[in-house]
Structures are given as C-alpha cells and as structure tokens.
Design a protein around this ligand. Sequence first.
Ligand code: GLN
Length: 450
Amino acid sequence: MQQGTLWGHPKGLFILFFTELWERFSYYGMRAILVLYLTAETTDKINPGLGWTSKEALVLYGWYGMFVYFMGIFGGAIADKWLGQKKSVLYGGILIILGQFALAVEGMTTFYTGLVLLVCGVGLLKPNISTMVGGLYKTGDARRDTGFTIFYIGINIGAVLAPIIVGFYGEKVDWHLGFSLAGFGMIVGQIVYVYGRKYLTGVGELLKHSEEHAHLINQPLTKIEKDRMTVMFISFFIVMVFWAAYEQAGGLMNLYARDKIDRFVFGYEIPTSFFQSLHALYVVILGAPIAWFWIQWRKKGKESSSIFKMGVGSIIMSIGFVALMGAAYDVSVSALDKAPVYWLFLSYLLHVVAELSLSPVALSFITKLAPLKYASLMMGTYFAVVGLGNKLAGMLGEAAQDSGEMAIFAGIAITTFLLGVLILLFVKKLKALTHGAEDIDSKIVFVEPE
Ligand code: GLN
C-alpha cells in the first residue's frame, strides 16, 4: 500500500500536501480579489471592475462560499459511486484550472461560467483529497492524526501566500492577471499530483465491482456502523457551530478591525487585510507544536479522543470571542474611540488553537469512522456542513448590524462554551458510539528511514 516513508510518514502524504497547497493557493487567491473586483468601478482607468455595490458583492460572495463547500456532497457521492477519489481529484483540478482561466477572460458569461466551474471543481477535489490522506494509513495507525495536521499545514501555506501574490497582482495590476495566477497555481498542483501518483498506488481507488464488493455495497449498515454514523453526525453539528463562529473573520471581524481597532504599532498602521492572512500564518507556526502537545497528552494516558479535542476546541473558540468582547467593551463602555490591537491578535490566536484542536481532527475522525462504501460521501457531507457554517456566519454578521457587535460576540462566546462543556460531559457516551475506531493498534510498526 505504501511506497516508502519520508520523515516517518508515507511519501504519498507529501504529494497530497503539495497538491492541496496549490489548490488552496488558487482558492484563497481568487477569494482574496473576488469582492474587490466586483466592487471596483467600471470606469477605473487602470484596473476596471464590475461596479457592483458592496451589498451585491457580499451576497454573491456568501452564496459562492456556501456552494463551493456544499458541492462536496456531490463530489463525495461521485467518487464513491463512479470515479474513486483519485480520479475525482484529477478531474476536480482540471475543472478548477478551466474555471480560473474563464474568470481571467473579460465578460459576464465567462465570469459566471468560471464560478460554476470552480464550485464543481472544488466540490470534486476538496473532500476527496482529504479522504485520500486517511487512505494512506491503516486502521489503528497512530500517525494518522499527525498526518492530517501536516496536510493542514500545507493548506495554510497556500492560504498565506495566495492573498499576498494573487492579491497584489490582481488588485494593483490587473484583476484578470490575478485570476490567471490562481489558475497557474492549480496547474502546479496538478503537475505535482500527476507526477506523484506512483506514491499513491492503491489509495483512493474505486471499490471494485466484484461480487464480493457488490455484496458489501448492498448490505444494510451494521449496528456498529450506525452508531458510528450517529457520532459523526453529532460531530458535524459541532463543526457547523465552530465554522459559523470562525468565519466571522472574513466579514464582521474584518470590518471591526477596519473601523474599531487602533491598528498602529510603533507608528506603523497594520493594513486591515493583513488580518486575513493571520489565521493561516498562525496555523503554519502552531500546527506542529499543537500536534506534539496532543501526542504527549495521549502518551500520558489522558483522554485524547477526537470528540474530546473537539469539545476543547469549542471552549477555546469561546475564549477567543471573550477577547473580542474585551475589545467591544473598550470601545463602548470605556468610551475609547478604538480598541487596542492586541485583542485582535489574541482572539485570532485562540481561534487558531481551537481550529487545530478541531479541524484536522475532524477530517481524521471521519476517515476512521465512515463505512468504506460511504467514505467519500461522509467527507463530502462534512464540507457541506462547513458550507452551512459559512452561510450562518454571514447571517450572524448581518444581524450584528442591528444588534451591535457586543451582543453577537457574547452570543457566540456563550454558545460555543456551552456546546464545549456539553461535549466534555458526554464524552464517554459519545466515545462508546465509535466502538473503538480510534484505538491505536500497537502491532503497527513503521521504520524511520535512514
Ligand atoms: N482553512 C481550511 C481549508 O481551507 C479549512 C476550511 C474548512 O474546513 N472550513 O481547508
């Protein structure tokens, strides 16, 4: 199954790492300039846009953010039924390239065609590449969670670079050049993927339609499988609430940073857009130490199930919003014009510590629990739930326009805190539903390369 290891992990992990790094470069690069392109004046002499109002642009952005993830359900189902994950990633990548280059051509027809191609392409690629990471590890392999964290760091390297490179050329030179660069990013990803397929032999293949498998596919789920599905759906709910809170970053927190935070540090004003890269930057810096922390934690024999980590993540997220309440308090009660910028750095930091305890963990969790015949569909459903979380985040941001930021920050802090506590209280029961899917198999040994 595996074709050699690198730093103690299957080499295929690094192929998926770089493919997804470039896919995310393409995704976040395009996302960084989308709203700016939509709202730029049509009469701008240097770099004309489409001249939409901010509201129109945000509505399209919101629907795009939802559909691009929601499509994962179909991407997952297609992989399970017809293509297998490996081909789905390849075809998804091709659709993304076509989509980015369609956006690069001026005109409304190509613009909408590009968006639809991107939604379909990401829907086909994103869940399936994540499932493939799980496919690199055998059941019970202790390295699986760390593997997902490494993969997650790749995602975020792409996310840090994209707004800087695509954002710069798109905004300052030409929007269409920006979209083309996003397309080139995906081409690099595809080259890595195609070249590296030899390290992915046996991973992400379609279940063969032999009699044996036809039998497996037609069989009803066993009690164990049903229990596992139940706990997965519970984890999906946690995930939806989490992303609804986290994704305030691009909307409400972004505007808050612009209008209500004093961003001067040593006489230099940090641009608002910098904070859009901060999450990803923190993930790249903190990914390894946090994964290390959880490994040490497990070695000490302490509770370290995925469900437990998700509960902890939810509580840390809540503390992140308490920090934002601190900022809102400074602005409203102490009648300061603007709140100090450390609140923002602190809150983003806590959001990322929470994210690392929850997001790669959830991906790994699904690959441990999903019945084989629904492996991709369950991953697709996870991303669909992420899409709903994104939409919910937008709705909360809109609500803040009437109720004020303090009420929304406090509401999110309380909800995520209570949810986290509830999970921790029921962790034993929830864990029982996994029927040992997370137990480490001590018989699995791997040899560190020289
Ligand atoms: N930032 C991560 C990514 O782009 C998480 C996305 C998500 O699951 N919401 O993959």
